[in-house]
Design a protein. Structure first.
Length: 67
């Protein structure tokens, strides 16, 4: 499966039977990031979390309160 990174526009190829390729085929809202961009984003997020000024929230509190 041919894929394109959403950040750097680098084209790559994923095996058709890997879970990430299946996820991209079945759910078009999911996007692909190349390993270099994924590592860069992960490292910078970890640096921001280490400063203590960054709060990493996966869901909003108001959304959880409504349910």
């Amino acid at each position: 499966m041919l894929v394109k990174c959403v950040l750097c526009d680098r084209e790559g190829e994923l095996p058709d039977d890997c879970p990430e390729a299946k996820q991209l085929r079945n759910r078009p809202i999911h996007t692909y990031m190349c390993p270099e961009c994924h590592e860069r984003i992960s490292a910078r997020t970890a640096q921001r979390m280490a400063t203590g000024k960054f709060r990493f929230r996966r869901t909003s509190a108001s959304t959880e309160e409504r349910f």
